[in-house]
Write a protein that binds this ligand. Structure first.
Ligand code: SAM
Length: 285
């Protein structure tokens, strides 16, 4: 292979960028909702972008998916009915179906083309789609949570970025007051919601406002911070529940073969979520 001079640059802010050398452009397609691109890179393997933002890379997707899914799956008394909002790449469902007690895992993604491209280019993420307990719906999750009569034990919000530089796309509908109220309404009394809540460094103002809006709705809200090189290094996930505190001792055993998650690491991630080091920009110091 000849040395490629093709580079992809993601903007974290207008002042900070991160670049990847690209060995091959595998797919570039404007769907009805967003620009979908899949790149082959020497350092991170295959990488999926939506509207120019990294959704996942083969090298580190396990960190995000394990840490999004397993803490709530292990802490809830018996999660049988699970909703994934977004998540069309399949990584979240792959982790959820590792639990034999799950009866139904419903994924609602607005963009069927993300699901199809993931099946083709990331088969290691979409293996869970074949599980008979899994149902895939293509549609706006904001509409789904408004209209459904179903109730869920856990709702994972695995969506594109609703804020940040560049186009924000359909995830904007997933941060309205109406959406947050509707998610609360479809959660069982001991339900848990876990949401990807953006960079704790570059979107700290968003994160603070978002968590305070969750605190208006739930007594137990906590942010935890994970290490994902392709998400600007650190990323935040936020837990909200009517009854379950994330710092309870986890006694259920995690599935075998996880590469990042351990209960101890989750405890540390919660501690990192309490730090307020990332907030101050130079002009505020
Ligand atoms: N792990 C990723 C991240 O944090 O960058 C998210 C990956 S997943 C591919 C994000 C999915 O959210 C996309 O497939 C997108 O189509 C979906 N999405 C965005 N807005 C949505 C909406 N309103 N309803 C349902 N799905 C939505």
């Amino acid at each position: 292979m000849t040395d490629s001079e093709l580079w992809y640059t993601e903007y974290y802010t207008e002042h900070v960028r991160f670049s990847y050398r690209v060995s091959k452009l595998l797919l570039r397609k404007q769907t009805k909702f967003q620009l979908l691109e899949i790149l082959e890179t020497p350092e991170f393997g295959r990488l999926m972008l939506l509207d120019g933002k990294v959704m996942l890379t083969q090298r580190d997707e396990h960190v995000y998916h394990e840490m999004l899914i397993h803490p709530a799956m292990l802490a809830h008394p018996l999660p049988k009915r699970i909703l994934v909002v977004g998540g069309g790449d399949g990584g979240s469902i792959r982790e959820i179906v590792k639990y034999p007690f799950v009866e139904c895992a419903l994924l609602v993604d607005i963009d069927g083309e993300v699901i199809e491209a993931s099946k083709e280019f990331f088969p290691e993420l979409t293996s869970g789609f074949a599980d008979p307990r899994v149902e895939l719906k293509v549609g706006d999750a904001a509409e789904f949570v408004k209209d459904t009569d179903e109730r869920f034990d856990i709702c994972f919000i695995d969506c594109t970025d609703p804020v940040g530089p560049g186009p924000v796309g359909p995830a904007q509908a997933l941060i309205t007051d109406e959406f947050l109220d509707n998610v609360k309404a479809i959660l069982a009394d001991d339900g848990i919601m876990v949401v990807q809540s953006e960079s704790p460094v570059y979107e700290i103002d968003y994160l603070k406002t978002y968590t305070s809006r969750l605190k208006e709705r739930y007594p137990h809200v906590a942010t935890y911070v994970i290490m994902v090189p392709s998400y600007a290094g650190l990323w935040s996930l936020t837990w909200a529940s009517k009854t379950i505190d994330p710092s309870i001792e986890i006694t259920r055993k995690p599935p075998k073969g996880l590469k990042y998650f351990t209960p101890e690491l989750f405890g540390a991630a919660l501690q990192m979520g309490k730090l307020d080091l990332w907030g101050a920009r130079p002009h505020q110091l």
